[in-house]
Design a protein. Structure first.
Length: 423
């Protein structure tokens, strides 16, 4: 789209030049191309708020929304990769910190540092060091963070649970979940809504379950090569994950993650296991937190927080550097994060926001972030190299069909050997 637009702008300018009469309009038009995968109802609405704020501050800049549909960025990243390989980078693109940013883009010299912005905007003082470290290579920062998601959340339709006399008191163990699931199944309700038309969405259930069984130390050991991927605990997690899938909706592979959330919203299903972009969808649908929907840590993960942060880069060699810098300055600001994150369903990357602008869930998540063990997500590209992430997705695809625990863990062992899991 952008390529087409750019080539048509270039074409117009060129034609005008050839005719000796420059088409000033086309040549001088200012643009900003923002590449992301924010296309679900709430994602797009939240992104639009940023666009509106940007336009207020940057009159006359035309924003090209190059969002690619496909939750988790599964469809966007390959397109981005091709564009980078062709030397046609977007001005700025969505990225997760950690491996995804540092090994995919920074190592390939695809983005320019934004260290000066961190200094001039005072972000070093208000963004937690643990987050800044994940966007830093050799002393330079390479992305501006706009929000932080919690991956390990189990969401539920409160009325469906009440109707079925299921009470959740602060935490939920796997056994309690399975007991509830049996009850729901008997009542003809889908216990666990899953939308894995993008395989990452079910991989997220595995990831959360892995953390629930291993705990944060086990997670760090696993992703630093100290614990084997066929350790009995990993097998136990895979087994539990397989049991969870016994309670999913039969049409799971036809649904996207937000389709699964809609099943919970519409009381067709009781729970969904998904990061807190789910909150954005619930709120967008007009549901009230703690009244229509509730949440609880994914079983076993209380005290831990799977970090799924969103940042934007400064594309090296992209055409609209000044416009992209203005975008980054905006999304790193307090005003933008206070406006965007409550709609997106994320907590701000900054710690100096007005918390009263955030609802109960997000305040709960902020409190969790401040004291929990923070662990990077593998499904969202932070904990391991892209090739490992891909191999895990492939292994999960097979597992969803055959539920073979040994097969899954053997594939993960092989992937760790082939691609490594240490930065
Ligand atoms: C992103 C979120 C997004 C989710 C679903 C994650 O990878 O970090 O911003 O809402 O995918 O698309």
């Amino acid at each position: 789209m952008k390529t087409l637009l750019r080539s048509s702008i270039l074409g117009a300018a060129l034609a005008a030049l050839i005719q000796g009469c420059p088409d000033a309009d086309a040549a001088n038009r200012k643009t900003l191309e923002v590449f992301s995968w924010w296309t679900s109802g709430s994602e797009a609405a939240a992104l639009d708020v940023l666009f509106r704020m940007y336009k207020e501050k940057n009159h006359g800049v035309e924003i090209i929304n190059a969002a690619v549909t496909g939750g988790g960025g599964s469809a966007a990243r390959p397109i981005l990769q091709t564009r980078l390989a062709e030397g046609n980078p977007p001005d700025t693109w969505q990225t997760h910190p950690g491996y995804e940013l540092l090994a995919r883009y920074v190592a390939l010299e695809a983005c320019d540092p934004v260290t000066d912005l961190y200094e001039s905007e005072g972000w070093n003082k208000v963004v937690p060091k643990s987050l800044i470290d994940e966007v830093t290579k050799s002393g330079d920062m390479y992305a501006v963070l706009v929000g932080v998601h919690r991956g390990n959340v189990l969401w539920y339709n409160k009325k469906v649970l009440e109707k079925n006399q299921i009470k959740i008191d602060g935490t939920l163990t796997f056994d309690q979940f399975f007991a509830a699931a049996e009850k729901l199944k008997a009542a003809g309700i889908v216990p666990l809504a899953v939308g894995d038309s993008g395989i990452w969405a079910t991989a997220e259930i595995f990831e959360n379950t892995l953390l629930g069984v291993l705990g944060p130390q086990g997670w760090h050991d696993l992703f630093s090569g100290k614990l084997a991927f066929d350790d009995p605990k990993v097998k136990q997690a895979a087994q539990t994950y397989g049991r969870l899938l016994d309670y999913q909706n039969p049409d799971h592979s036809a649904l996207s993650w937000d389709g699964a959330v809609r099943a919970v919203i519409g009381a067709k299903a009781a729970f969904t296991c998904m990061g807190d972009w789910t909150y954005g969808e619930m709120i967008k649908a007009g549901l009230k937190e703690n009244q229509d929907f509730g949440w609880v840590d994914h079983p076993g993960t209380q005290g831990s927080f799977i970090v799924v942060a969103d940042g934007f880069t400064l594309g090296k060699g992209a055409p609209d550097t000044a416009e992209a810098v203005a975008w980054l300055r905006l999304i790193g600001s307090k005003q933008a994060q206070e406006a965007f994150d409550p709609l997106k369903g994320a907590i701000p990357a900054r710690t100096d926001v007005d918390k009263s602008k955030f609802g109960d869930y997000l305040q709960w998540s902020m409190a969790s972030f401040a004291k929990a063990n923070l662990v990077p997500s593998c499904v969202h590209g932070e904990a391991a190299p892209a090739a490992f992430q891909q191999a895990m997705n492939d292994a999960i695809s097979l597992f969803v069909a055959d539920k073979d625990v040994d097969h899954l863990t053997a594939a993960l062992v092989q992937a760790a050997k082939d691609y490594g899991v240490q930065r």
